[in-house]
Design a protein. Structure first.
Lengths: 377, 314
């Protein structure tokens, strides 16, 4: 019994050592797992930003008074909204259509009069709703700025008269609302999914294509031994990648690491095992590298991007997609990473995510091993 | 358990309605070089895959090294070495890494594995290439490496599926020298090939035609049984155009091209050299020489195929 176990370990070790040699000799694999993540993180981290900056707003001042100019100055002072010059009455729609402005502010005639007579006045804000994300942000920003201006106009005596309901908003964990802090944990998950699924899918399909799978089957190496031997080196590579991405995020985007680093890697490793298993399953079924790449991308990358909550909040999805997202392991890791990195959560909060990842990993490896027929044809 | 290294009884494999191997029965003795011959698609590789436990037989049974291939393929796998048709080495790895991996796959490890790998490099004459990347080596060397990796665990039986396909004649000769050394030391060798000259090295030969084993014996016996006629070899120039005239020569049974010349089969006991030469000259050939020769395995093969898959030895 012990001798059998020893021989089995020797075989797994031989598979793992061979696979490591392949990786070390193939610059593409190394680039894909260690180089590309940094490049992508850089591009996504800076490019995929929901932060408001210099949103073009057409302003139409029909009042031409000191007061109206003061309102417009208040709106554009921070630089988040930027006035587009030369707008005319009723031109807002044309500007939207040409994409020259995303919002338009109309200050009506008699604005200053109304104010000085304390009659209360109205300004009109038109927003281009084609891009809902920007529209929402412009709306809340403009609203806040106008409110501040209104309070200033009330003067020191009246400003103290508090309205009956007052909401004070404090944003915790990401007070500046920076996209990068929100994005990097999601990106880390996405990049791990790429490495895990694509690399393993390629490696097993490669053995089929090369014909060496037949040679392996003719030896005493068992299915689980092949699976484990293939998995181990990529697990190590994946953990290195996770470390790299988190470190890079911390340095380049000030990503906080508030929770336990070890817990982070425990989650990462469990997720990797599941995704590596999925890659194995894909290549066991596909048997050629081209199909394996396509199937790997479809089955792992798209769900990890779209259904993980990395970019699109799961809470806003239709019920069907919400249900579907429950079998996407990336969903649990995105949640866990945000919890660990931004909130300093521990297992007491995140244990359901870990359970989900373990269940997925176990199920997919059992499935891959079962589908992996060690006989030909 | 019988003394035979390999025993196949009515071994059959069907793929859908196609019968790749049809009720094949034979025995291979220990320490024997057994050649398995046939055209492409005759069922050689399918037979080997069943014997190595890679493919389950549809019916019939086979025992390899005393283990039933259908019931305990894992025991079979541990006691055999297998070199598949495309030598499946890892081309991106150095020679030594390939050996260490395949050794590990058979459960060898540590110093024992390294010593065994070095011994095999020595045996196959690859010691100087140990550090070379496998993909950069010529076919003949890769083929010896593939053999070495099938021998790491000192198997009782090695299965070689078309081991010399696409390898130059000098390398083929060196390879066969290795195989004969192996057999002399007691390893059973089961080898498929479609090079008939190589088959002469085998102690016994099985001939496959369309999934059926139609002849099985030593090369000499096969020749005696299947080619009772006298074989004349005709050499000269412009022979091809003149071959047609031979049909009219009394006693001529068959004519086939052989190398640059012709093999002419004539009835046993008939002296036809002069008539054959005269007929060829009449047909326009020049510088014709005709002499008697030993039948080759190619003559046997043509006789077997010519008499059809249903043919039995006369």
């Amino acid at each position: 019994m012990r001798e059998r176990l020893r021989r089995s370990l020797v075989r797994v070790g031989a598979m793992a050592a061979k696979e490591t040699q392949h990786v070390l000799r193939d610059p593409r694999t190394l680039y894909m797992s260690l180089g590309m993540p940094v490049v992508l993180l850089f591009l996504f981290g800076y490019g995929l930003s929901f932060d408001l900056d210099r949103i073009p707003v057409a302003v139409e001042d029909r009042d031409h008074t000191e007061q109206s100019r003061s309102l417009l100055d208040a709106l554009t002072a921070s630089g988040e909204l930027e006035a587009v010059a030369g707008a005319e009455a009723g031109a807002a729609e044309a500007l939207f259509r040409r994409g020259e402005a995303l919002a338009a502010l109309v200050v009506p005639e008699g604005y200053a009069d109304d104010l000085s007579n304390r009659r209360g006045t109205r300004v009109q804000l038109l927003v281009d709703g084609a891009d809902a994300v920007v529209a929402n942000q412009v709306l809340s920003k403009a609203d806040a700025l106008v409110r501040a201006e209104a309070r200033r106009l009330l003067g020191p005596d009246l400003a103290d008269v508090a309205p009956p309901i007052q909401v004070r908003v404090f944003t915790l964990y990401n007070p500046e609302g920076r996209s990068a802090v929100f994005m990097v944990p999601g990106l880390a998950v996405y990049l791990l999914a790429i490495t895990a699924v694509l690399l393993t899918a390629l490696t097993i399909a490669g053995e089929w294509e090369r014909g060496s799978m037949e040679q392996l089957f003719a030896s005493p190496v068992g299915r689980l031994e092949i699976v484990l031997g293939k998995l181990l080196p990529y697990l190590v590579l994946g953990i290195l990648e996770l470390q790299l991405v988190v470190a890079f995020g911390a340095v380049a985007f000030d990503l906080p690491i508030r929770g336990n680093g070890l817990l982070l890697f425990a989650f990462g490793a469990m997720f990797l095992v599941g995704m590596l298993g999925q890659g194995l399953l894909v290549s066991v079924v596909a048997r050629n590298q081209l199909v394996a790449t396509q199937a790997g991308a479809l089955s792992a990358l798209l769900p990890s991007l779209l259904l993980s909550g990395m970019v699109f909040p799961i809470e806003n999805m239709p019920a069907v997609l919400q249900a579907l997202s429950r079998v996407v392991p990336a969903r649990y890791l995105v949640h866990a990473l945000r919890g660990i990195l931004l909130k300093g959560n521990g297992l007491d909060v995140l244990w359901p995510d870990l359970v989900a990842l373990v269940v997925f990993a176990f199920a997919v490896i059992v499935l891959a091993t079962a589908r992996f027929q060690r006989r030909l044809a | 358990m019988s003394g035979a290294a390999i025993e196949a009884v009515s071994l059959t494999r069907r793929f859908g309605s196609f019968t790749a191997v049809d009720a094949v029965t034979f025995e291979v003795e220990r320490g024997e070089i057994f050649g398995y011959l046939g055209a492409n698609g005759a069922g050689k590789s399918t037979t080997i895959r069943m014997l190595t436990g890679l493919l389950a037989p549809t019916s019939g049974e086979a025992r390899v090294a005393g283990h039933d291939v259908a019931r305990s393929p894992e025991s079979v796998k541990s006691s055999i070495g297998y070199m598949s048709q495309r030598f499946s080495l890892y081309l991106d790895l150095p020679v030594m890494e390939n050996l260490l991996f395949f050794g590990g796959a058979y459960g060898l490890s540590g110093r024992a594995l390294r010593a065994r790998a070095e011994a095999l490099l020595e045996l196959t004459g690859l010691a100087e290439h140990a550090r070379d990347t496998t993909g950069a080596l010529p076919g003949g060397i890769r083929q010896r490496l593939a053999l070495a990796s099938a021998l790491l665990h000192a198997p009782e039986i090695v299965f070689l599926d078309e081991p010399t396909a696409g390898v130059d004649p000098v390398a083929r000769r060196a390879f066969w020298r290795l195989i004969r050394d192996l057999a002399r030391e007691g390893t059973t060798v089961f080898v498929t090939t479609h090079y008939l000259d190589e088959a002469e090295y085998c102690r016994r030969i099985g001939l496959m035609v369309d999934g059926r084993l139609v002849a099985l014996d030593t090369p000499a016996e096969l020749k005696r049984a299947w080619v009772p006629e006298r074989v004349l070899v005709a050499r000269g120039r412009d022979l091809a155009g003149a071959a047609g005239t031979l049909a009219a020569v009394p006693g001529v049974r068959d004519v086939s091209p052989f190398g640059a010349g012709l093999h002419v089969l004539v009835e046993a006991g008939r002296e036809a050299e002069r008539e054959v030469a005269a007929a060829l000259l009449r047909g326009g050939a020049r510088d014709v020489e005709v002499e008697a020769t030993e039948p080759s395995l190619e003559d046997v093969f043509l006789a077997v195929v010519g008499r059809g898959a249903g043919g039995e030895a006369p």
